[in-house]
Design a protein around this ligand. Structure first.
Ligand SMILES: Nc1ncnc2c1ncn2[C@@H]1O[C@H](COP(=O)(O)OP(=O)(O)OP(=O)(O)O)[C@@H](O)[C@H]1O
Ligand SMILES: [Mg+2]
Length: 581
């Protein structure tokens, strides 16, 4: 972890980093003076029977305690504000960063891990920063002052510290070094726990349908227990610090009392001096304890900080090409060309997911893509708005490589209804407005009409104001698909891509939508991926994909005539059926 990467988020609080140490200093000076005053009360007041002196010094002690309390309050105020503020802006930074990620980047981290990093890891940083701001300076200051005062009281007695402090420091160091790897592992297991819970909730319907609750419980039990085991180990090590410290300090106290008592009896050390010496030893104990706790927390913070840093430093794998913004190219017509395009999801994999794909699509035409499941249809269309980048070859729009447009321009001129589409919680109206925040009501209902969604939306008691649950759970599959199509239509894209977007619709509704698109979007290039021959047969061009390659291209009649794969698909759908196409 390099603190410099966090500097932008800490910077607004730099004033706190100056003020807090001042408060700490005041607090420490007040607290450290107490035992000295105490010994003065005993030696100068009580033993001399001088009540006036006792009162005066006692009042001074109360005054100092009050100042210490005020300084402490100031410290708490500033360190809370700084740590909460820091983590708030850090979370914002993380979230904004994640918005720049490509699909591949999100796959790389996994959504569960990103969630843990932005919540749990950020919380760790907040707690640790708060604790460090209060303690990291205070504890060593207390330690130094207490040691100095102890030496001032009696050099020989202070020799005890020359043994106990190094032994303590070394044992704390060793324990912490052993603990750190456990903290790193612990956060990874929190990831796994989050992933399990997230997946379970996301797929709650499948879990119930397959009556897999028991299996899911077992899965959860395992990750939960794994987390517990590692947390036990981590805290076990940390807790070990306590008895070690108590043992060493106990021995020191006994040694001081033994040697100091002899000195008091011999008259070479005043009684009050011995009392304050013992107080300083106690303060040293507390300071070391706090210091080791802070170090322990810090090592946990480093584990979390590393994980957050990894996200902050991750360069988005899909960004604007340098110079694209200056060129300011716009998509005008919407013709598409694939020029010897190959693509693989992971660079290391043997087989390409798409290989040597070349074709031309005229602006304003309607092109269909058909092919078996897993043949690469979705992969192919995702290359057009650069949801992924080609591995070799080029995808061009209006004769310009897609990489030469800015991502914003490219994606706003391409409307894509993804195969796995999602709606957001909110009203249907709000969901449709996603396509165009400035759309008028008339535009919204028109888009819904083209997508054959208007009728069923109006049939709901609340119409367009119907509230959708998370992901649109209260809609049927076909209703969801139509709202997704309407939402995309509102973008008024130059290129419209429908990836299996009418699969859940009956043939009549499917046809109505296609006819609506033909009629209203005559200038839009439309790409339709479908499994049904009836959905593709009227297209200007049909591209047949097979195992990542183009296996044929042309219109329905000619493909039916000479393309084996197309014939096969056709026969599988129409053989032994009376209806004709
Ligand atoms: N995110 C991904 N990471 C790695 N491999 C993937 C990913 N998505 C798809 N693939 C692989 O790429 C190949 C093509 O998948 P693709 O989704 O393009 O097929 P498809 O033709 O759209 O299939 P379907 O008709 O079932 O939607 C498949 O072998 C699949 O396993
Ligand atoms: Mg697909």
């Amino acid at each position: 972890m390099n603190i410099r990467n966090f500097y932008p988020y800490l910077k607004p609080y730099k004033r706190s980093f100056i003020i807090i140490p001042l408060f700490v200093l005041i607090d420490v000076v007040c607290e450290i003076s107490q035992p000295r005053l105490m010994s003065a009360v005993v030696d100068g007041g009580i033993l001399n029977k001088d009540l006036h002196y006792v009162l005066k010094t006692g009042l001074a002690m109360i005054g100092l305690a009050l100042v210490a309390i005020l300084a402490n309050l100031g410290n708490i105020y500033y360190s809370s504000a700084a740590s909460v503020g820091f983590v708030t802006s850090l979370r914002r930074g993380l979230f904004y960063k994640i918005q720049t990620f490509s699909f591949a980047d999100t796959d790389y981290f996994s959504s569960a891990s990103l969630t843990t990093r932005i919540t749990n890891d950020a919380n760790v940083l907040q707690q640790v920063l708060m604790m460090s701001l209060r303690m990291l300076l205070r504890a060593p200051l207390m330690l130094i002052f207490a040691v100095v005062f102890a030496i001032m009281i009696n050099k020989e007695l202070a020799l005890v510290l020359a043994f106990s402090i190094p032994v303590l420091a070394i044992s704390i160091y060793l324990l912490l070094r052993k603990g750190l790897p456990y903290f790193i592992k612990m956060q990874k297991r929190v990831d796994r726990l989050n992933a399990t819970v997230q997946e379970n909730l996301l797929n709650v319907r499948v879990v119930k349908a397959f009556v897999r609750q028991d299996f899911e419980k077992e899965k959860f039990e395992k990750v939960n227990t794994d987390l517990m085991t590692i947390a036990e180990k981590a805290s076990g090590i940390v807790i070990m610090i306590m008895p070690v410290m108590q043992l060493i300090m106990g021995i020191s106290l006994v040694a001081v009392t033994w040697f100091g008592g002899q000195k008091v009896m011999a008259g070479s050390l005043p009684l009050g001096g011995l009392m304050s010496f013992l107080s300083y030893i106690a303060q040293i104990l507390i300071a070391l304890m706090i210091l080791s706790m802070t170090f322990m927390m810090l090592s946990r913070a480093i584990a979390s900080g590393d994980r957050i840093e990894e996200v902050l430093l991750k360069a988005s794998s899909l960004t604007n090409t340098p110079g694209a913004a200056e060129k300011g190219l716009k998509v005008k017509h919407g013709s598409i060309r694939f020029d010897h395009v190959s693509f693989r999801y992971s660079a290391g994999s043997e087989k390409a997911n798409l290989e040597h794909i070349s074709f031309d699509i005229e602006a304003g035409s309607t092109v269909a893509i058909i092919g078996g499941t897993g043949s690469g249809k979705s992969t192919l269309v995702q290359l057009i708005p650069r949801l992924y980048d080609v591995s070799s070859g080029a995808v061009c729009i209006d004769g310009v490589n897609v990489k030469d447009y800015t991502l914003a321009e490219l994606r706003s001129s391409i409307g894509i209804v993804l195969q796995q589409n999602q709606l957001f919680s909110g009203t249907i109206y709000d969901n449709l407005k996603w396509g165009d925040p400035n759309a008028s009501e008339a535009e919204i209902t028109e888009a819904a009409r083209i997508a054959s969604a208007d009728d069923f939306i109006r049939s709901f008691p609340d119409g367009y104001q119907t509230m959708l649950g998370q992901g649109g759970v209260n809609l049927s599959g076909g209703q969801k698909q139509r709202i997704c199509i309407a939402r995309t239509l509102l973008k008024k894209p130059a290129i419209l891509i429908l990836d299996d977007s009418t699969s859940a619709l009956d043939i009549t509704t499917d046809r109505n939508i296609r006819e609506g698109l033909d009629k209203y979007l005559s200038n839009t290039t439309v790409l339709i991926i479908a499994q049904r021959i009836s959905s593709v047969q009227h297209a200007d061009k049909i591209i047949v994909l097979d195992e990542g390659r183009v296996a044929g291209m042309g219109q329905h009649a000619s493909l039916l005539n000479d393309n084996a794969i197309y014939q096969e698909i056709y026969q599988s759908q129409y053989l032994n059926k009376e209806e004709t196409v």
